[in-house]
Design a protein. Structure first.
Length: 390
């Protein structure tokens, strides 16, 4: 309470500074084009390169080389590599669109104003905070530029796994029981049944989800919670472990046209013996490499028609509950009673281009008969339809 009062006082006493942003350029030509069933679009591909993320880190904490406490090696796992960016851009160029590539960093608003595209194809994930994935669509919203994928609110909620799970639970979508812990919290995990999973609350690409995230005892859990809070500079989510089979489901389309692609099953028996049955950072990025891809996926998953329907329906309902737009990948795992539970939603799904890279959205699209280029252009056309562009 005292903390709140002093904060209010500080706000009251702070000198008033109003910064007037420059007006954004009017966009009459876009409005006109929107009515003209445009075929050839000017697309800005917004991305977060690994170099861009390192720069973002350096702006906040100084150069990486001078860092006494360097970030863990998985810290930049969400960055886009040049091959992915070129493949996404190439796919749209092959369909006749003009594509510019923009870094989704602090320079993005100015670059977007300069570029003035018909639409932004967004794959930018940023580095810090719950709003990191929202920055590009928020800027687009502010500047009146259409953007692919979910809006800033949905992206932020899905990124903070605990918020997404609260909404899903409220709407009757099964999720495993959980709790979150911030640096100053007392760690009380009573009421949760072991084993537990300890994960940074707002990350993806298995950043912070290692074999050691799976914990079976109270003191181990406390230790792991503290370690992950300090390493990843954010709260952690502690969830009951779902012991059943795991699937990931690519979903695309909007409204009545929403569609689940064939589910991908994750085959944990392909991982090294004794490893945990989780799709950890080790499994995703170390044991399964492009040079030696593991046969870790089965797509379409061999499941009974009934289970297949339940998995797809859970994924679609999760997307509807969280107001997902255009595309998303939903991670699902069966509980003790074989009920599909949602682990988390990925409204900016990984789209590594080469099949050996084992990226699940492209894999599901391939199983449904779409090449990589067709998949990217389908997402673009779904977004264009939603925005009334083409
Ligand atoms: N509650 C849970 N029960 C069982 N396994 C879990 C649970 N939470 C996470 N896992 C395992 O850890 C993996 C990674 O977790 P999660 O999907 O939350 O991480 P992520 O970094 O968001 O992944 P992504 O690469 O999909 O962005 C899951 O695919 C699953 O195998
Ligand atoms: Mg996941």
């Amino acid at each position: 309470m005292r903390k709140q009062q002093s904060l209010r006082m500080r706000i009251a006493l702070a000198p008033l500074r109003i910064i007037v942003p420059p007006p954004f350029p009017k966009r009459p030509q876009i409005q006109a084009r929107r009515c003209l069933q445009v075929k050839k679009l000017r697309v800005a591909l917004a991305c977060s390169t690994k170099d861009g993320l390192r720069k973002e880190y350096a702006e906040r904490f100084g150069a990486l080389e001078n860092d006494d406490e360097p970030p863990p090696p998985d810290f930049f796992a969400e960055g886009d590599d040049p091959a992915t960016i070129e493949s996404v851009a190439g796919a749209m160029r092959s369909a006749g669109h003009e594509v510019s590539i923009l870094e989704g960093d602090s320079g993005f608003p100015a670059m977007l104003a300069k570029c003035n595209p018909d639409i932004v194809f967004n794959i930018a994930e940023g580095l810090f905070g719950d709003m990191r994935e929202s920055f590009v669509p928020m800027t687009c919203e502010r500047m009146g530029v259409p953007c692919t994928g979910s809006d800033p609110l949905a992206l932020a909620i899905c990124l903070r796994k605990s918020r997404a799970k609260e909404i899903l639970a409220w709407r009757g979508v099964p999720v495993s029981p959980f709790r979150t812990f911030s640096p100053d919290d007392d760690i009380d995990i009573s009421g949760l049944s072991f084993p537990l999973m300890v994960k940074p609350v707002s990350e993806g690409s298995s950043k912070g989800v290692f074999e050691d995230s799976f914990v079976e005892g109270r003191s181990e859990a406390r230790r792991r919670i503290r370690e992950k809070i300090s390493k990843y500079r954010q709260p952690v989510i502690v969830e009951e472990y779902l012991p059943g089979d795991e699937y990931t489901v690519a979903v695309w389309g909007n409204g009545r046209d929403i569609e689940a692609l064939p589910p991908v099953a994750i085959k944990f028996d392909q991982l090294p013996p004794q490893s945990k049955k989780i799709y950890s950072y080790e499994a995703k990025w170390i044991w399964d490499s492009e040079e030696k891809p593991l046969e870790i996926f089965e797509c379409p998953a061999k499941v009974s028609a009934g289970l297949g329907k339940r998995i797809a329906a859970t994924a679609v309902k999760a997307c509807e509950c969280l107001d997902i737009k255009d595309w998303c990948r939903v991670d699902i795992r069966l509980d003790r009673e074989a009920v599909p539970n949602v682990i988390e939603l990925n409204p900016l799904p990984g789209i590594l281009p080469r099949p050996e890279q084992n990226s699940c959205f492209p894999k599901a699209a391939r199983a449904a008969g779409y090449s990589y280029d067709q998949m990217i252009n389908k997402v673009l056309s779904i977004a264009c339809r939603r925005h009334g562009i083409a």
